[in-house]
Design a protein around this ligand. Structure first.
Ligand SMILES: [Mn+2]
Length: 329
């Protein structure tokens, strides 16, 4: 990995015009990483374009530099593209791919299990709890090479947000001693975990809590009690005038039931494919279930999108989850 970091530092320092992109349906890790890099690269005098094709969800609007985020660009004059936390090239968003690919070099920095490798320089480590951990290493190396302390409070807040969201406030199985070591360094730089967690998790819209109610009302359990699933229908979205970003976190409630190994949330997003979030308890592997439907992610958290109707999709995904649990015993 040392070589990849060296290549990435060289490419970033040599480039003048840099485009950064996160993934669709953005979370705190992808936006935290894009913004941390934007702060650092601007300090290095770079011309930075930071893209999130779905913008910034309400609960992350307070992130330092959130106003820098654009949903796309017509520019094609970039020297370097950086994809943060993307999982796969398509996940930067269909309309963003052309801008990313117009750059002669692409740095892919990510902790997803690779689903088809993309990029010229790869910093990919699925053992990292969040891409924020990898961005931090990159910033350390950029600081050393440029002789500048590039990490300030804003950078620390962005990366702490990535850690807190991708680890469920340091509770998930992906947490390592490195995660806590980094959290300690970020807190020393002024990023306090309590207010960040409050801004992220206790900053919900009324509609999103009502969506949670609808989802829990629809809850079903498999005969063996190992798979639980809920749905949010197009009607629910319409009734509550809600968007898909307001379903964030609901799937964790589905998985929180005693004895449940796999929790699934189906969303019939109006005008789109059925979006599916999967969460596992340790021992199960939802990445493989998502793979079977063209999606991906991590062992314990994954997702996919499938063509409607919802009813057929639900049956197929639940059947696949049960089949995989049975196969593993
Ligand atoms: Mn992530």
């Amino acid at each position: 990995m040392r070589k990849q970091y060296r290549q990435a530092v060289n490419a970033l320092l040599a480039a003048e015009r840099i485009v950064l992109a996160g993934h669709v349906n953005p979370d705190g890790d992808t936006l935290g990483c894009v913004l941390a890099m934007a702060h650092v690269l601007r300090r290095l005098g770079k011309d930075v374009t930071a893209i999130s094709t779905d913008g910034v969800p309400d609960n992350l609007r307070w992130l330092p530099g959130a106003e820098l985020i654009v949903r796309g660009t017509e520019r094609r004059d970039f020297d370097l593209a950086v994809a943060c936390d993307a999982g796969a090239l398509e996940r930067v968003g269909r309309s963003v791919i052309a801008a990313i690919q117009s750059a002669p070099q692409l740095l892919n920095i990510d902790h997803h299990i690779p689903d088809g490798v993309f990029g010229d320089i790869l910093i990919v480590d699925s053992a990292a709890a969040a891409t924020a951990e990898l961005i931090w290493q990159l910033i350390l190396k950029l600081s050393a090479r440029s002789n500048k302390a590039l990490a300030d409070k804003d950078v620390a807040v962005c990366l702490m947000t990535g850690l807190i969201t991708d680890t469920g406030s340091f509770r998930f199985m992906n947490v390592t001693p490195n995660t806590f070591l980094l959290a300690a360094r970020l807190q020393r730089l002024g990023a306090l975990p309590a207010p960040i967690a409050e801004l992220v998790f206790e900053n919900r819209s009324c509609a999103s809590v009502k969506l949670l109610g609808r989802a829990l009302d629809s809850l079903k359990l498999s005969h063996d009690g190992r798979v639980a699933w809920s749905q949010i229908t197009a009607q629910d979205f319409d009734d509550l005038n809600a968007t898909d970003s307001e379903t964030e976190g609901i799937v964790n409630h589905v998985r929180s039931i005693q004895g449940v190994d796999v929790g699934i949330l189906f969303r019939e997003v109006p005008g789109q494919k059925v979006r599916i979030s999967l969460r596992a308890r340790d021992g199960a592997d939802v990445n493989r279930i998502a793979n079977a439907f063209g999606g991906g992610g991590h062992r314990l958290a994954a997702g996919c999108s499938v063509t409607p109707p919802l009813k057929g999709v639900e049956e197929a995904v639940v059947a696949e989850a049960l089949r995989q649990l049975d196969a593993r015993g």
